[in-house]
Design a protein around this ligand. Structure first.
Ligand SMILES: [Zn+2]
Length: 469
């Protein structure tokens, strides 16, 4: 594992693993924990397949029921894994996608098959075993179910061969499978993983382990998606802006089309954020756009505009959502009783009040959209259902291999946003949906404390053997 587990020491309040009593034999090794990240597996799919009403047909039957993991906004991998793993000491990604705008160099970088390995995305390096998620490269001639099952086999063998007590695995192929064939197609992969984990347990009765399965976001759609790129470009040009690769003049706007996702980021010169957000939000297929402003975050949409603000008094973070006109985030019903003025509510209140709504946990997620990458955008937009944004090249490649793309993620809405967490670790008792940044916290303690304990134990043993000589 390539991270600072000592960081977890800070989190490690006294915690006694519930298994300690059973494992009272001094010779028994402590159970291992394997974390398995399945890119883009929606909560809905896992909830349905694990439903106990299915009886024998249900999968992951030794696990507790899954909970939704509310992803970042945009609900895309680089951002989401940066956010999910940040409490484990993993640094953020340089950009929203593999191809990103480098602000200091004032140019676009990355995205090619070679730079995929050259430019560092810390979350990728964090995993002990991983498959790549090169969308373009693997689109053609890819046998998605078969290659996912092969990845599962290989990764579990690597886990078995490893000496590490805590092991992190990442599968990127599930994202591609979902994009190509929809989330239903994931059933074969999830069943394969369940089967292989059970098989591994049978093969290693003296090496017990727990598993934590999770995904970084969902997958939404079902109908052919329309690329908004051309309309957006036209709208900006009509308003006197120039779509460019660098920011030279005040009217330059940098586009970053790469994969095919339901969100988009724009880079502008300072001071142009708000007008550009307004123009972009007026484009057909764009749900809303956000720009960071001095006092908070400005939301623009065809349904009106609003302002988000954050306040950290008396140790409790609070958010306000003030409608300037209309109600772009559809939060009016929640605040109806409070009238039209500025209403402050605690962070916890917002999470609970919005986790079952169309836009789950919107205020926190929008604010983090600007600080979860090293090169934050000037304007970030969420697309309406039925729409996507991305490079023409990627779109054509998709058409050749699968026809028009029907499934993607990136938007703030719930289908694209809800990943899952599932575990058989004793004592894991999740309460409703979890936010991306909190999702692994319940596991960090047992996993981290045990690792630190084991290390301390190994150091003591080494001391003993030295002093014995
Ligand atoms: Zn992903």
């Amino acid at each position: 594992m390539k991270t600072h587990w000592t960081f977890l020491l800070a989190l490690a309040a006294p915690w006694v693993p519930p298994v300690a009593a059973e494992d009272a034999q001094p010779a028994a090794p402590p159970p291992r924990i394997v974390f398995i990240a399945l890119d883009a597996v929606p909560y809905e799919v896992v909830a349905e397949l694990t439903d106990e009403e299915r009886g024998e047909a249900a999968i992951f039957r030794r696990f507790k029921p899954p909970v939704p993991l509310i992803s970042t906004f945009p609900s895309t991998s680089n951002l989401a894994f940066g956010g999910i793993l940040e409490r484990l000491g993993v640094e953020h990604s340089p950009g929203y996608e593999s191809r990103f705008f480098d602000r200091r160099a004032n140019r676009r970088r990355g995205g090619g098959p070679r730079s995929y390995f050259r430019i560092r995305f810390p979350w990728r390096d964090f995993f002990d075993w991983r498959t790549t998620s090169l969308f373009r490269k693997t689109m053609r001639g890819f046998h998605p179910v078969r290659s996912n099952l092969r990845a599962i086999d290989r990764s579990l063998e690597a886990f078995l061969a490893s000496e590490q007590r805590v092991y992190f695995i990442y599968y990127g192929g599930t994202d591609l499978l979902g994009h190509m064939h929809g989330p239903r197609a994931l059933e074969a992969v999830l069943r394969g993983l369940d089967r292989d984990l059970e098989e591994l347990r049978r093969r290693t009765p003296n090496q017990p382990f727990y598993a934590v399965l999770f995904s970084d976001h969902g997958q939404a759609g079902g109908t052919p998606l329309k690329n908004v790129r051309r309309d957006l470009k036209q709208a900006l040009a009509a308003a006197g802006y120039r779509v460019a690769g660098r920011l030279r003049g005040p009217r330059d706007v940098v586009f970053m089309p790469y994969g095919l996702v339901s969100s988009l980021v724009l880079f502008t010169r300072e001071g142009e954020e708000r007008p550009v957000a307004e123009i972009a939000a007026s484009t057909a297929g764009v749900e809303f756009c956000v720009a960071a402003s001095a006092g908070g975050w400005q939301v623009e949409s065809r349904r009106g505009s609003a302002e988000i603000r954050r306040r950290d008094g008396d140790g409790i973070p609070r958010w306000s959502y003030r409608r300037l006109s209309g109600d772009p985030l559809q939060l009016g019903p929640l605040l109806a009783a409070a009238g039209d003025g500025e209403v402050w509510r605690s962070d916890r209140w917002w999470l609970r009040a919005t986790r079952d709504r169309a836009f789950p946990d919107p205020l926190y997620r929008i604010s983090r959209a600007f600080d979860l990458v090293d090169n934050p955008a000037s304007v970030i937009c969420s697309l309406a259902p039925g729409h996507m944004y991305g490079a023409i090249k990627t779109e054509l490649l998709a058409r050749i291999s699968i026809g028009r793309l029907r499934w993607t993620h990136g938007a703030l809405e719930r289908q694209a946003s809800l990943g899952f967490v599932l575990s058989d670790l004793p004592g894991w008792q999740p309460d409703g949906a979890v936010r991306f940044s909190d999702a692994l916290a319940p596991f960090a303690r047992p996993a981290g404390l045990e690792v630190i304990r084991a290390q301390a134990e190994a150091a003591r043993a080494a001391d003993r053997s030295r002093s014995g000589h």
